[in-house]
Write a new protein. Sequence first.
Length: 152
Amino acid sequence: MTTIFKHPNDMAASVGKELGVSDWLLIDQARIDKFADATGDHQWIHVDPQRAKDGPFGATIAHGYLTLSLVNLFLPQMVDVQNISMGVNYGCGKVRFPSAVKVDTRVRGRSVLTHVEEVKGGVQATIEVTVEIENNDRPACVIETISRYYPA
């Protein structure tokens, strides 16, 4: 499900509403290892399946920042702001990691538009994204994303 806004100014009317849910994405060891290589974070809880079996999670887990970075993949699946010259990530509010993502589980994003305000030349939107873990009541990540959309 994707919410489409024909113009950034249309967003204000949807504050408080769910925008959409992304597709499920499998978090496999290859993705975790690539993230470890990209960031230099090779902690054993992420990259050593043998050692992680005896660790606190019983398996390797995704990096928290890997989970966070997936929001960039999920957002376009949940919201489409049209008639813009550009959209930019402006920052983040709160970020929390309530639950670890074990290897070979699936995650997806769910979003709610929480705030919209006019800024010079455009619209700033705060979207709360919850990264859900399949078959888990607790989310992997909850983040307040802040984006700016500039009309075409």
